[in-house]
Design a protein around this ligand. Structure first.
Ligand code: FAD
Length: 589
């Protein structure tokens, strides 16, 4: 190729430096030469904003058991989770908390010095009988504490960091994943990382929604890169709308607020969750609470001049408890809602928060290629964290199960990738490796057409919010696909105003927008094809769950043209590792 490319060789390359990437790197670098590439400086990854906690059945404040945690995870997923992965994750949770504590994570404590735990939505004792205190936390800054610790540990172990490197193309030779092409945002230079094993940990994609709780980097790059190489996005239609985003801003108010006693009120001051989930009320799983809130609003019981939001009341637990356990929330609501939550309720609405599906993997994080006829592992390719799907979250993730996923599957990915690298030689790069990524970059670097980022991005996020949001119908989603096709065409007549090669964020945004349109199309096609309601996917035209036809994973692949999504399916792994399966049941709380 004519452009200058610098080549690097590592046993393991981790793409992404959030909780999943750093857990993987921290483990892999103990065994083999490991690099991390990340679009942002590691501690600016989205994990930094995780607030409320990480789940584990430590039983520090009341009796708990990993099997109860597994049951809650499977039931929370609306039975779409793979039960081998759910068992693997929940069984390993307690040892993971101890491992985090040993690398210095400053968990909040009980008066007698144990790790403190609080209740969270959908976490129960004795298979659904009552809420249980299972979330371990560091005040309301759990992700912050975790990421700082992991970064420190990874650096200490000699992991090589390439920060502000943007991944453009996943490299594959004859079915084996063996590298990644990156663009150095600081100076516009290209780098190929040739590796024995690649771990994708590129985070989620909820920036495709207008109201969301996500960081700017959460644009689904990893999914787009994987799909363009013939891999699939599993359960693409399942997004989590978190009930309590700040009205008008979208920033998250952690479920920990309800865990500490916060309640949701409609315009009549009614604690309406008592009607929708009589047993666990405001601590029902997020899909149920979000839908209940939207129903209150649509039925005219919303709050405010436009009757378009709900109130979250927490002042009754007292100013001291708020400032000790929820200091970040106090600050966030003051700054973004103008509400002092020690005295008045916080105005909230559901906000797009989490991508439940992802690049499909086995419970040992090896990427899978599969359909209803079977599945096979992709050599050299591992994935963990929000970009991946093991699958433990299925159609709806339980709060605090994401940070646990990052630690359990992140560390497993590190172990497995290192093992793969120790047992296998390097696979040669193909001639002209990286040419597709370079072509895409050149297309946008030299784009002098008509359309610019702002209007296209605004239209994309608006149509996803209104037509592929909490409530969906065939008509709305068909319209969304038409709009998305038009937006895709606009990317061929695009303009990137900044032509420099130093910190050209105009260019990076164009590349991300290009990925976001692909990801939005894939999600919408998957949602259109799933003619039932399950977890975070609710169809007004198909309001019931349909296990006979849809108890299966969606797998979205791209057609040969590299841009048209094709919907396929794969069997759910219903068999756990050692215990009896939890058969699908009606999901009542
Ligand atoms: C406000 C908020 C609070 C939350 N609180 C909790 C909680 O209390 N408990 C819980 O369990 N979960 C919580 N979550 C969810 C959880 O924080 C996330 O799901 C999780 O942190 C995702 O981690 P990750 O490592 O997969 O990805 P991220 O932390 O998003 O990291 C992604 C990484 O990928 C890199 N990357 C992306 N694209 C590219 C590219 N093209 N090239 C190179 N690098 C790239 C980025 O630079 C980044 O380093 C919360 C989420 C939010 C938004």
């Amino acid at each position: 190729m004519s452009v200058k490319v610098e080549y690097h060789k590592f046993d393991v390359v981790v793409v992404g430096a959030g909780g999943a990437g750093l857990n993987a790197a921290q483990v892999a670098s103990q065994h083999v030469k490991t690099a991390v590439v990340s679009e942002v400086y590691p501690t600016r990854s989205h994990t930094i904003s995780a607030q409320g906690g990480i789940s584990a059945s430590l039983g520090n404040l009341e009796e708990d058991h990993w099997h109860w945690h597994m049951f809650d995870t499977v039931k929370g997923s609306d039975y779409l989770a793979d039960q081998d992965a759910a068992e693997y994750m929940t069984r390993r949770a307690p040892e993971m908390i101890i491992a985090l504590e040993h690398i210095g994570l400053p968990f909040s404590r009980t008066p007698d010095g144990k790790i403190a735990q609080r209740p969270f939505g959908g976490h129960t004792a004795e298979f659904g009988k009552r809420p249980v205190k299972r979330a371990c936390y560091a005040a309301d800054r759990t992700g912050h504490a975790m990421l700082q610790n992991l970064y420190e540990k990874s650096v200490e172990q000699g992991t090589h960091f390439y920060s502000e490197f943007y991944a453009l193309e996943l490299l594959v030779n004859n079915g084996t994943v063996n590298g990644v092409l990156c663009y150095d945002i600081q100076n516009g230079e290209f780098h190929i990382f040739h590796a024995k094993a690649i771990v994708f940990a590129t985070g989620g994609n909820c920036r495709i929604y207008q109201t969301n709780s996500n960081a700017h980097i959460n644009t689904g790059d990893g999914l787009a890169l994987a799909m363009r190489k013939g891999f699939s996005w599993s359960d693409a239609e399942f997004f989590q709308f978190h009930p309590t985003g700040i009205y008008g801003a979208g920033n998250l108010i952690t479920e920990g607020v309800r865990g500490e006693g916060g309640i949701l009120l409609n315009k009549d001051g009614e604690r309406f969750m008592e009607r929708y989930a009589p047993t666990i009320k405001d601590l029902a799983p997020r899909d149920i609470v979000s839908r209940s809130m939207m129903k209150e609003i649509l039925d005219g019981r919303g709050v405010g001049p436009k009757a378009d939001h709900i109130l979250l009341k927490i002042d009754h637990i007292g100013i001291e408890a708020i400032l000790e356990k929820l200091p970040g929330i106090h600050e966030l609501s003051l700054v973004f809602a103008g509400a002092d939550c020690t005295k008045e309720p916080i105005p909230v609405v559901p906000t797009a928060h989490y991508q439940n599906g992802g690049i499909p993997t086995g419970y040992l994080t090896q990427v899978i290629k599969g359909n209803m006829d079977g599945e096979e592992y992709v050599p050299g390719f591992f994935a963990a964290g929000e970009c991946a799907s093991a699958s433990v979250h299925g159609a709806n993730r339980l709060g605090t199960n994401s940070l646990l996923d990052l630690v359990v599957f992140g560390r497993t990915a590190g172990e497995q990738a290192a093992k793969f690298a120790q047992e296998n030689p390097f696979v040669e790069l193909v001639e002209d490796a990286g040419k597709e990524g370079l072509a895409t970059l050149n297309k946008f670097a030299n784009a002098n057409g008509t359309n610019t980022f702002g209007p296209v991005w605004e239209e994309l996020t608006r149509i996803m919010q209104t037509n592929v949001g909490v409530f969906r119908t065939e008509e709305l989603m068909v319209e969304a696909l038409e709009v998305l096709d038009k937006l895709e065409a606009k990317m061929d007549d695009f303009r990137v105003v900044d032509k420099s090669s130093v910190y050209n964020l105009d260019l990076i945004e164009a590349l991300e927008l290009n990925n976001m349109i692909l990801v939005a199309k894939a999600a919408t096609k998957a949602a259109l094809a799933r003619k039932e309601s399950r977890g975070g996917h609710y169809r007004d035209d198909y309001p019931d769950r349909d296990d006979a036809n849809f108890l299966k994973h969606t797998e979205v692949y791209l057609e040969e043209d590299g841009k048209t999504p094709r919907v396929d399916y794969r069997k759910v792994r219903m068999q756990p590792l050692t215990v009896e399966p939890f058969p699908p049941k009606a999901r009542v709380y």
